[in-house]
Design a protein. Structure first.
Length: 97
């Protein structure tokens, strides 16, 4: 599992992302068509910030700009979600530039 001091940056793999405007949900289809994930608004926000540029710390800071929560809690939740995405092979890691 990555940690907040990790110098790598998450990058999405081949997926199709659809934002459902009626429900504010984000749906992810993997490139092979084997997985379908429906994300809640926080997970969707993290997913949409995974751009191969933002670090774990930058993603966490952006969430904290919009949500009243403790940094440690948000960091833990972001790391857990990124770990789940990595296990499902929906993200890859690259070195920070």
């Amino acid at each position: 599992m990555p940690d907040a001091s990790d110098r790598r940056v998450p990058k999405r793999k081949d997926t199709l992302t659809h934002e459902v405007t009626d429900t504010d949900e984000v749906v992810i289809y993997d490139g092979g068509g084997l997985q379908l994930l429906v994300l809640n608004d926080i997970a969707a926000g993290v997913w949409l910030m995974i751009d191969g540029i933002r670090s774990i710390d930058e993603i966490t800071a952006e969430i904290l700009n919009h949500l009243e929560a403790e940094r440690a809690t948000v960091t833990r939740d972001v790391l857990t979600f990124l770990d789940q995405l990595e296990q499902r092979k929906l993200i890859a890691w690259q070195e920070a530039s």
